[in-house]
Design a protein around this ligand. Structure first.
Ligand code: SF4
Length: 383
């Protein structure tokens, strides 16, 4: 079973910290995007007919702000995907949405049209932090949006939060966590703010107009998330993700388990396993609607990068992604899929196990939870 990811490259306005590819666009651009996605799927099936046979059990519309397209276009796109690729009856079909941009009626249309899971970009409940992040929604819009989503009948509703914001203290963060938990979401993501160069928030920090919390304060916030959410019954199943039992995001698990997924839309990434690349073919679409469109209009797949993975790449990727999760990786299973680990990889794993930075448990290798906050330091050894 594989996944299908669709990157919808439109937002109402750009948030101050965002470096995902998205533009404001207008009705015409949105309608054209819908048509381009169909062309992309048809070209993919022409070049890789085998992709039309593998069943998908997850579909994820991310972005950008997918709901900018409106429920009718989104449901229409889902139908177009189903018309080309087999999608399991029980598939998890996720759409990301922002509070204040979708009405209760729209949520109901999405749920009736086959979307089963909603990921709500709350980020914070505090007006001051929402303003710093440049979010378009107000704190007052969160609760009604959440209630509307619940009433619409999605099987699963998740909330995204950001911590480590300029001017945010641990108390502020705990207050956000507690307010989130009172809503009883099925899933909760807690990402540390990462101000990327080129974003307004990064410029403001560089110029001294905003200051980030210290590393110690960030570590405290991460621990607070772990404790608050564990006490509320959430399982910490990936470095930045928490879920009630049985509510892990099945689509994102595919990334961490290095399973196959199609990446459609500008800036989308994919991982295919065609017969010509049994260890994986990584695809990347250009982060530009213009380039995406130009490629498709000239009858080419819009891939700006294609990398055929070898045994070493496959092992390293499996470790980098798999060790982010509580389940870790199984060297036995990876050996069956990719062949034995290259010597350099085997040695790096053994050294990390010997130093205590990795843990061997039965047939699995895990990153001990105490190291999750500094996971990048450890995982970069496999980069
Ligand atoms: S809504 Fe999401 S994708 Fe759009 S600008 Fe804000 S953070 Fe970026």
């Amino acid at each position: 079973m594989r996944g299908i990811y669709v990157h919808v490259p439109f937002c109402v306005r750009k948030c101050s910290y965002c470096d995902f590819y998205s533009v404001v666009g207008g009705e015409e651009a949105r309608e054209e995007f819908r048509a381009l996605l169909s062309v992309e799927m048809d070209l993919l099936l022409r070049e890789f007919p085998g992709e039309g046979d593998a069943e998908a059990d997850t579909v994820y519309f991310g972005g950008g702000t997918p709901t900018v397209l409106g429920p009718d276009r989104l449901c229409g796109l889902l139908e177009e995907i189903r018309a080309r690729f087999p999608v399991a009856e029980s598939a998890e079909v996720t759409v990301e949405a922002n509070p204040g941009t979708v009405s209760g009626k729209d949520f109901a249309c999405l749920a009736a049209g086959g979307f089963t899971r909603l990921s709500l970009g709350v980020q914070s409940f505090q007006p001051r932090i929402l303003a710093t992040l440049g979010r378009i929604h107000s704190a007052e819009e969160i609760l009604p949006a959440y209630r509307d989503a619940r009433e619409a009948g999605f099987a699963s509703v998740g909330i995204d939060l950001i911590f480590g914001n300029p001017g945010q203290g641990e108390e502020d963060w705990i207050s956000d966590l507690e307010r989130a938990v009172t809503l009883l979401p099925d899933h909760l993501s807690a990402y540390a703010l990462s101000p990327e160069p080129g974003t307004p928030i990064h410029a403001a920090i560089e110029e001294g107009g905003l200051a980030l919390p210290s590393e110690d304060a960030l570590a405290g916030m991460y621990s607070a998330a772990r404790e608050t959410l564990a006490a509320a019954g959430y399982l910490h199943y990936e470095i930045s993700n928490f879920a009630l039992p049985g509510e892990r995001c099945r689509h994102n698990m595919k990334y961490w388990r290095r399973e196959g997924y199609l990446g459609l839309g500008p800036s989308a990434h994919g991982l295919l396993f065609p017969p010509s690349a049994p260890l994986g073919l990584r695809t990347e679409n250009p982060p530009s609607l213009r380039d995406y469109k130009a490629a498709l209009r000239s009858g080419r797949l819009p891939w700006s990068e294609i990398r055929n993975r070898d045994r070493e790449d496959a092992w390293k990727e499996a470790l980098i992604f798999g060790l982010r999760t509580a389940e870790g990786i199984s060297p036995g299973t990876l050996s069956e899929k990719y062949g034995p680990p290259p010597e350099e990889v085997r040695e790096a794993v053994e050294n990390l196990v010997a130093s205590g930075a990795l843990l061997r448990e039965a047939d699995r290798i895990l990153l001990p939870e105490g190291y999750w906050f500094v996971s990048n330091e450890i995982l970069r050894r496999f980069a």
